[in-house]
Design a protein around this ligand. Structure first.
Ligand SMILES: [Zn+2]
Length: 132
C-alpha cells in the first residue's frame, strides 16, 4: 500500500483519481503484469526501485480501471489524459447528442421522451467525468 501521508490520491473518500466518481477498484499505475515480468527476468533491483519510488496505486472506478487496462504511461497526468481520450472515444455518439429544449421533449411520445431524457442525463454524467 502506498504511504497515505505522501500520496493524496490514496485517501478517503474513495474517489476515482481519473474521473471523480465513486471508486470501487484500485488502479495499478505500473501494471502488475509488468512488475511480474520484471521479477521473472530476475531484475529484482529495478522492481524494488519501482516499488520504492513510485506511487503504484490509486483509487479508480471500475470503468476507468478497465479502460486503462495494462497500458503504461510516463506519469499520472499522462495516464489521466490517455483515459480521457478513451472515454471520449467510447462515448462519442452520446456526447454528440444535440441540445433539446424542454418544449421539444414534452412533445415527444413517452418511449422516445424517456430515451432522450436518459441520454441527456448520461451525457451530462460523462461530461462531468471528462471535466474532472
Ligand atoms: Zn473513473
Amino acid at each position: 500500500m502506498p504511504n497515505k501521508k505522501k500520496n493524496k490520491a490514496w485517501g478517503e473518500p474513495r474517489i476515482c483519481y481519473y474521473c471523480g466518481q465513486r471508486a470501487d477498484s484500485i488502479d495499478h499505475i505500473i501494471p502488475q503484469a509488468m512488475l511480474r515480468m520484471l521479477a521473472s527476468l530476475a531484475d529484482i533491483e529495478i522492481t524494488r526501485h519501482l516499488l520504492r519510488n513510485r506511487a503504484l496505486k490509486v483509487w479508480a472506478c471500475r470503468e476507468c480501471n478497465s479502460l486503462l487496462s495494462d497500458s503504461l504511461q510516463e506519469s499520472l497526468r499522462e495516464r489521466k489524459n490517455y483515459l480521457k481520450i478513451r472515454l471520449l472515444q467510447k462515448y462519442h455518439k452520446l456526447l454528440a447528442i444535440p441540445k433539446w429544449e424542454d418544449n421539444e421533449i414534452e412533445e415527444l411520445g413517452y418511449t422516445l421522451r424517456t430515451h432522450i431524457e436518459a441520454s441527456i442525463r448520461a451525457k451530462e454524467y460523462i461530461k462531468k467525468r471528462l471535466a474532472w
